[in-house]
Design a protein around this ligand. Structure first.
Ligand SMILES: C[S@@+](CC[C@H](N)C(=O)[O-])C[C@H]1O[C@@H](n2cnc3c(N)ncnc32)[C@H](O)[C@@H]1O
Length: 418
């Protein structure tokens, strides 16, 4: 693995080619190479010196500039700077221009396939759309990219790549995401721990890591010879030293699903507990997998609305702008829409599940109402019912707890007066 800080020459060639709007056939022809050879190079096979020379001249760059863009400072270039400073400087200028060119706002945004008063969805590769968006214009970026597990999202979309290629593919959109984030804005990246180890290192050189959040969800089947994978990683960064908005919801006390009894012993602290519930921790074990047909909008990985509701609520305020480059079933977009945030999204494949979901957005609205019912209270409505049911049998009561927040939300009349 070359790691995230370096790109292969082929990767740079591929970026330059796409930037110039050339197909692989066109560039291969111009450079006098077979298209298969060019594809191999773009997939990471190192080009020979003469192939690189031909590709560079077809792209109207110097081979030295291409080397610089891979993140290397080749010995040849050091020599050139000593022996022929003008040529060395030219290469440096060219490489610098490409990076600036890639970062500057362009003029070619496609028409959105779908929009609402608050949001816009582009049916496109995020790597083509993100460079066209205005720098530092988002308060929250949430990304749940393909995990490179060879799922059927389509070819060359980050799910059937060699490890190095996947990491490089990821830096393309991550670099853009970082550029688009406002100072004080939050960047959340949901992925397997295996990948987030690399991204954590790469991104924390550019943003400030706030948390590695563990999202406790069983992946599916146990893997022979390995521990049963049962969590995802959610990286949480901010641009600059501190977040503009940090307003996490508080959760109800963890109770037994059968009788409503406390799972932890709060002993003499009951009366001192915050009536709005307990602090959110960096282990989230209350996020359900999306299995229920009513909420499942397509086959591939779809996140729970509860997760997006939590992230958006914690890191943004009403009217803030949210970006999610990997639309999927549009969970981020419906959450943002229903929570009064503006949003922008891209999805490279079929966008119809997202459009259909918006057509039935009331289903998601009622789920959010359900979620909110049990936030910022000491006892969930269900726990209150259970505790009343098993009051005598298990000696459960509410003595000492301050239930001022819980009563109103639960609609319970049997609890008062307090
Ligand atoms: C893991 S899913 C996202 C699921 C989403 N968070 C949800 O809850 O519905 C990843 C999505 O990214 C899309 N995708 C893959 N490569 C892309 C790219 N380069 N640009 C935009 N979308 C891409 C895939 O088609 C897939 O729908």
């Amino acid at each position: 693995m070359t790691g995230l800080l370096f790109r292969s020459a082929g990767d740079v060639v591929s970026r330059l080619r796409r930037k110039q709007g050339l197909s692989d056939n066109e560039l291969a022809k111009e450079a006098g190479l077979r298209v298969g050879t060019l594809r191999d190079i773009e997939e990471g096979v190192p080009p020979t010196d003469s192939q690189l020379q031909d590709l560079a001249s077809a792209l109207e760059y110097s081979p030295e500039a291409i080397h610089l863009l891979t993140g290397e400072f080749p010995e040849r270039l050091q020599q050139a700077l000593v022996e022929d400073p003008d040529r060395g400087l030219e290469a440096l200028e060219e490489a610098y221009d490409v990076e600036t060119l890639e970062q500057g706002p362009g003029g070619g945004l496609p028409e959105p396939i779908f929009s609402t008063e608050r949001g816009k969805l582009y049916n496109a590769d995020c790597r083509d759309v993100l460079p066209q968006l205005e720098e530092e214009s988002f308060d929250l970026i949430f990304a749940d990219p393909p995990f490179n597990l060879d799922k059927d999202y389509g070819e060359e979309n980050g799910d059937d790549l060699a490890e190095d290629e996947y990491l490089r593919w990821s830096t393309e959109w991550i670099d853009e995401a970082i550029r688009l984030l406002r100072p004080g804005g939050a960047f959340f990246l949901y992925n397997l721990p295996k990948w987030n180890i690399h991204f954590g290192d790469y991104i924390s050189r550019r943003l400030t890591l706030r948390h590695w959040i563990t999202v406790d969800i069983k992946f599916g089947l146990p893997i022979p010879g390995r521990l049963y994978p049962s969590h995802y990683s959610l990286l949480y960064f901010v641009k600059g030293g501190s977040p503009e908005t940090f307003d996490p919801d508080r959760l109800p006390i963890d109770t037994c699903p059968h009788c409503g009894g406390e799972q932890n012993d709060y002993g003499g602290y009951k009366s001192k507990m915050n009536p709005k519930g307990v602090n959110l921790t960096d282990v989230w074990d209350d996020i359900p997998p999306v299995r229920h047909k009513r909420y499942l909008h397509r086959d591939a990985n779809q996140l729970s609305l509860k997760l997006l509701h939590r992230v958006i609520g914690m890191a943004t305020e009403q009217g803030d702008r949210v970006l999610d480059p990997f639309g999927g079933a549009g969970t981020t977009y419906v959450a943002a829409e229903l929570m009064g945030r503006k949003w922008v999204g891209t999805e490279i494949h079929d966008c119809s599940p997202i459009q259909e979901r918006f057509a039935n957005i009331d289903e998601d609205r009622s789920y959010i109402e359900e979620i909110e019912q049990d936030l910022n209270v000491l006892f969930s409505a269900d726990a209150i019912d259970k505790r009343l049911e098993y009051k005598e049998e298990f000696g459960l009561n509410f003595e000492d707890y301050d239930l001022s927040e819980s009563i109103e939300r639960s609609g319970q009349e049997r609890l008062g007066p307090f």
